[in-house]
Design a protein around this ligand. Structure first.
Ligand code: ISL
Ligand code: CA
Length: 554
């Protein structure tokens, strides 16, 4: 049994504010829109909401390029709206987690505007500059830059600046203690307002070897792993914990890009006093082709690999506490990616995936819209995309004679905008998201897939999801109980037990569209069926397509 904490027992609901609910017809979701839906959120049974960045931003990367960390993006509202949101959430006993972007700011931030003015500017060392007379700096790869070069040349001071993401997202220089204090003060500002935690964007990347040597061969070109191993990373996390985080009742969650199972304990082992939780990326790469094209294997993914990854991570989180998610604003919809969005399977598959998320030993992060089974929009036309990643990649392929039809096809499965289409509230125009023109097209399946349809249907995905949350809350074994993989070699069924003292649950999940057998050493005839997405239809040792069952041994 682990030491308890609210965030270990919580279910966290992620909202992409731009896409949740528009209150003023400009086609962009906003804080007032979220306020108008708090009853809906509360009724889900979730405990906390994580909001993607809501701060002032020119939106080169939808708010991950912040120009003022202490103000609200005008598209989303103002500080009064924020205070209202926080106060109403707290009245409803909902916690609020904000998104800190500590690795980079917008190039339109005052700091960068100053920094680029001259080499002597007091803000010069808030960023990483490389004087051109030293020659071109050693290659760094950019996630979003068309030419994949993370060094941008700036004529004004004849120097290059570093940007791991877009050119409009210069990396902040954490080696500068002044910059670190700035970030800590930003944290104090929001924590003093009463927010309950922070998700920290690409936080493993903050520390850099400022001599910028060539990336050592042991990283084998895997630059994310190199970026995540900066020399003073853990020193800074400890400092931040000591100076800020430890002073509040709050939760800190690392976006764990580039972190593997061997290193995760450095971040979350409570004895080290750094961060509380981390979410890993290993699950997200499963079933992608290896050539970096961001393309899913046409034959699907290997459930064996999927099971190995989540089993390995259950162990890796041992010195601390885990997280689990199958989708977010950087990923396609979980139903399309890991389940099946065909009309005949949609309901079963969505419920099966939720059964997985809510019965693992880890804090579940549920991405808004997944609770009603939203799926990929699968755009045919590059002009429908809004995401810098897709647009820049397309441009790069266009300029270099790349395979554009292959790219458009691959994006239907993998593009981030698939997970960013507006929330589908009802079957009115634009799914009830806006009375204006939505910033990104609404998935046309909103006529069928929407929250209103599901609210009062006891068999809906939404109500199954709510029942799962209640079940998790009722049985602490589903939260803290030991996890054990069963029938490991089964290619269709993910089976595991959750055990605490004399209480044992058996979870059976068919990840395929075919009936599947399983083989476990427990006598299910004597067990109680607690929940299944097929009602009480149970066949001995066979699961229907995408069937999920939770048994309790008696
Ligand atoms: O989305 C990705 C690739 O499709 C990831 O590699 C992503 O860039 C990485 O997970 C970092 O993500 C975070 O920081 C980015 C931002 O674009 C993402 O939305 C955010 O979650 C830069 O701030
Ligand atoms: Ca709006």
């Amino acid at each position: 049994q682990k030491n308890s904490a609210w965030w270990k027992e919580a279910v966290i609901y992620q909202i992409y504010p731009r896409s949740f609910k528009d209150s003023n017809r400009d086609g962009i979701g906003d804080l007032k829109g979220i306020i108008s839906k708090l009853d809906y959120i509360k009724r889900l049974g979730v405990d906390a909401v994580w909001l993607n960045p809501i701060f002032a931003s020119p939106n080169d990367d939808n708010g991950y390029d912040i120009s003022d960390y202490r103000n609200i993006m005008p598209d989303f509202g103002n500080m009064a709206d924020f205070d209202e949101l926080l106060s109403q959430m707290h009245q409803k006993d909902l916690k609020l987690i904000l998104d800190l972007v500590p690795n980079h700011s917008s190039d339109e931030h005052f700091w960068f505007q100053e920094s680029k003015k001259s080499r002597e500017n007091p803000y010069r060392d808030y960023y990483h500059w490389w004087p051109a007379e030293k020659g071109k700096p050693s290659k760094r790869f950019s996630f979003f830059d068309i030419n994949r070069d993370a060094w941008a040349y700036d004529q004004n001071t004849d120097a290059y600046y570093l940007h791991y993401f877009s050119r409009k997202q210069p990396d902040l220089n954490w080696e500068n203690p002044k910059l670190r204090q700035e970030i800590y003060n930003i944290l104090h500002f929001w924590l003093n307002k009463g927010v309950d935690g922070f998700r920290m964007d690409v936080v493993p990347f903050i520390s850099k070897d400022t001599s910028f040597p060539p990336i050592p061969p042991k990283y084998n070109g895997n630059f994310a792993y190199y970026y995540a191993n900066g020399p003073f990373l853990h020193k800074y996390l400890k400092e931040m914990n000591q100076q800020v985080l430890s002073k509040y009742n709050m939760v800190s969650i690392a976006e764990g890009i580039g972190v593997n199972t061997e290193d995760v304990h450095f971040f979350i082992d409570p004895e080290r006093k750094e961060l509380d939780m981390l979410y890993h990326f290993e699950g997200m790469g499963i079933g992608f082709t290896p050539d970096g094209f961001k393309e899913a294997n046409p034959d699907g993914y290997s459930l064996l690999e999927f099971k190995q990854v989540y089993t390995k991570w259950d162990q890796a989180f041992e010195k601390g506490w885990g997280t689990i998610y199958l989708g977010n604003h950087d990923q396609p919809r979980m139903l399309t990616r890991w389940g099946n969005d065909a009309p005949e399977y949609r309901d079963y598959a969505a419920k099966m995936l939720h059964t997985f998320l809510l019965t693992m030993r880890a804090t579940p992060f549920i991405y808004h819209g997944d609770e009603i089974g939203m799926s990929n929009i699968k755009f045919d036309d590059i002009n429908d995309y809004r995401d810098i990643e897709s647009i820049n990649m397309y441009q790069y392929l266009l300029d270099n004679g790349g395979d554009l039809p292959r790219f458009i096809k691959a994006q239907k499965i993998t593009a981030r905008d698939n997970g960013r289409t507006p929330f589908q509230w009802d079957d009115s125009e634009n799914g009830g998201f806006t009375d204006g023109k939505p910033w990104l097209k609404v998935n046309p399946n909103y006529k069928i897939v929407n929250a209103e349809n599901q609210q009062n249907d006891p068999k809906s995905i939404l109500n199954y999801f709510r029942a799962l949350i209640q079940l998790r809350k009722k049985h602490k074994t589903l939260i803290y109980g030991e996890y054990q993989l069963l029938d490991a070699i089964n290619k269709s069924v993910y089976a595991y037990s959750r055990k605490y003292k004399d209480e044992t649950f058996i979870i059976l999940l068919n990840f395929t569209a075919l009936e599947a057998n399983f083989n476990i050493d427990f006598e299910l005839a004597k067990a109680e069926l607690i929940l299944s997405n097929y009602g009480n239809i149970i066949k001995r040792n066979v699961l229907k397509p995408y069937q999920a069952c939770i048994y309790k041994l008696t």
